[in-house]
Design a protein around this ligand. Sequence first.
Ligand code: SF4
Length: 364
Amino acid sequence: MQVTFPHIGNAYIGIKSTLESLGTDVVVPPGCTRRTLTLATRYSPEGICLPFKLNLGNMIEAIELGADTIVNITGHGTCRMGYYHKVQEQILRDMGFDFQMELTGLSEHKLTGFFKMLKKISNNASWTQIISAFHFGLAKVTALDDIEIIANRMRAIEKEKGTITLLYREGTKAIDEAGDYRSLKNVVKDYRRRLKGIKILSGVSPLKVLVAGEIYVVLDTYANMDVELEMGKLGVVTERSLYLSRWAKRGLFYNPLGIDQYRKVHKAAMPYLKRDIGGDGWETIGEKVLGTGHYDGMVHLAPFTCMPEETAQNIMSSTKEDLPVLAIYCDEQTSKAGMLTRLEAFVDMLRMKRNRNGSRLLEE
Ligand code: SF4
């Protein structure tokens, strides 16, 4: 059995580690490229959202490399996500591929659905092995988020442009290669120290921008055209509304008491929207409300045709909380040059606003 799974930003590193710890043969799809997107758009329904297309592209390229089993991320809710796997499976079969698809069932069964899928593809590994493999995979994802948070903070104030990105990429590779907890801990310690130790510009007070929106485009740098890196180059510190490790810890575990793990953000969104509308739309509105006063602005990332994020975008324009929002819709038609022009104009506008008001954020 040769198992593959979609890339989804750095998520593939955690999934790969979990599967390899269980002795499963893994085919990591090549990182998303123009080819991935071209293949994906050729075979996907035209109006479907970008995560569907890029995931399909990953699957096609992995099958070409010999994968015969696809682990697919599924979930139900009020958007199209629930049907994705059925349509993707049918498209791949129509293309003549022979494979089996294993579903994670995250929405319905949370972690147990994921564990049951792991048991099946690992040829009946023991529950202890499965829990320990998952734990190590999650530790890697947490480590990746740790160094990415520092990188996105430091990039804006680095003296020698490009140093942080180089270090961050090295760190990502080292985390991917770490074989046990001890080496993982050492890698994180080493790269935290090196990232924090770079030479920085003195006397600058960089703009701080929140990056929020639909989970896939927030996490995947190919899908969002490296928006955080580009903002860092413009001297802007970015923070995200969601990181995979935090999302996994909040979203994958059963919650027998029915406590809303996103209570704070949902409560903030309540005056404008009182219910879940699928995907991350409800949370996006709450993030804007909570972010006002703490950030200079917000970049709202949404896949083109994503219903929850389009709804959120329309609601956000009329909240009384006055945080400037730049909406970036991502799909195969979006050009990076166009995105950069808008980003530069947005950052200029935020700078002018800051200079004009002499405003200070609550948490500088
Ligand atoms: S949240 Fe948006 S992008 Fe994600 S599956 Fe639903 S409609 Fe598509």
